[in-house]
Design a protein around this ligand. Structure first.
Ligand code: FEC
Length: 313
């Protein structure tokens, strides 16, 4: 259908059953299978979050459907009909499958967007490279949204969530200013800094904008979920940050994982289980803001970014 403009909505991807974890992990490791021990640990983490259910699978489906509805609803005069397709980095349907599907439907023009707001050559750059290569192969002209980390609606959605949780701390007897807000995101290898990568700066910009919007001064940024490899990763890691905060006598911590947009392993395990356990040992109260998932403000952020990129074509 040539009258439609494709929207390739890209996301990380997750296994769909416990027996798919090994091939998923092998894909993440660029074809190198994990050791038995590594595999066992990862299976254990998935089992700990929800026992055999992979929440990112349904969450991505829901986000893509909600974006389609939002694009249909906000379509203006002169905007084309957009049709969303899914393309995942490490699971079916892969990025290449999504592009092939668009070609099968006769689409010749498409916009690509990733369900992650901050650009790094190692994250968003990787998605774009694969989509672009496949698009060229099948003759689709594609343009990409590179980041949307300061979109006013994204900042508003995140600020609402931070404020809501701070209110709960206050209801439980804490002083609002004494709650330390920890903005966090997935760590990447330190070498990205030498490459002039904007990832860290964009994350700090989002954190600052959200802090300003909710009028908080007691905040800092920290990394999480660093890979288990020998090379140095960006730090400090949240588990070390919690230990430092305990030394500073901080008792109340609110984590805002602004680098993630959905409930999945890195939030449900790394924060809700691992970080909470350390906080408990340190006698701290740790809460986390709700994930964006299909928040209408997030969907409008995505839809606006898609339309702006289409207008610039
Ligand atoms: O719920 C789920 O099933 C998937 C959760 C999940 C998300 C996610 C997002 C990001 N990652 C990023 C970078 C890396 C780098 C490596 C790496 C490794 C893993 C492993 C699992 C995993 N990641 Fe992930 N990531 C998720 C899951 N990630 C599982 C493998 C075990 C481990 O190391 O913990 C290291 C690869 C290597 O070995 O070379 C680098 C970045 C994001 C956020 C942006 C995005 O969503 O694309 C960056 C969700």
């Amino acid at each position: 259908d040539q009258s439609k403009t494709g929207v390739l909505v890209m996301s990380y991807g997750t296994p769909e059953s416990l027996d798919q974890i090994e091939s998923y992990y092998t894909h993440i490791r660029r074809g190198h299978p994990p050791t038995e021990q590594q595999l066992k640990e990862l299976v254990g983490r998935y089992e700990a979050i929800v026992g055999g259910v992979f929440p990112l699978r349904a969450n991505t489906d829901n986000q893509v459907a909600a974006l389609q509805e939002t694009l249909d609803r906000l379509k203006g005069e002169g905007t084309p009909d957009f049709k969303c397709y899914q393309g995942l980095k490490h699971a079916y349907p892969f990025i290449e499958d999504g592009v092939a599907e668009m070609a099968k439907d006769g689409i010749t023009e498409a916009i690509g967007i990733v369900l992650a707001p901050h650009y790094s050559v190692m994250s968003i750059g990787g998605y774009i490279k694969r989509a672009e290569a496949k698009a060229q192969e099948v003759g689709i002209s594609m343009r990409f949204v590179h980041s949307y980390h300061l979109h006013p609606k994204l900042i508003e959605a995140l600020a609402n969530r931070v404020s809501r949780k701070l209110d709960q701390f206050v209801e439980a007897g804490a002083n609002r200013d004494q709650v330390r807000v920890l903005f966090s995101a997935h760590s990447l290898p330190e070498k990205i800094l030498q490459m002039g990568d904007p990832y860290q700066e964009q994350l700090l910009e989002t954190s600052k904008a959200v802090a300003e919007k909710c009028g908080i001064t007691s905040w800092q940024f920290t990394w999480q979920s660093a890979g288990r490899t020998a090379e140095p990763w960006l730090g400090p890691d949240i588990l070390d940050t919690l230990k430092d905060l305990s030394q500073e006598q901080v008792e109340d911590v609110l984590v805002a994982p602004v680098g993630f947009v959905s409930d999945h392993l890195e939030v449900l395990y790394d924060l809700d289980i691992e970080a909470k356990k350390i906080a408990k040992e340190l006698d701290m109260r740790l809460e986390r803001i709700d994930s964006l998932n299909t928040d209408p403000l997030y969907m409008e952020t995505l839809s606006d970014a898609v339309m702006k990129t289409w207008e610039k074509r």
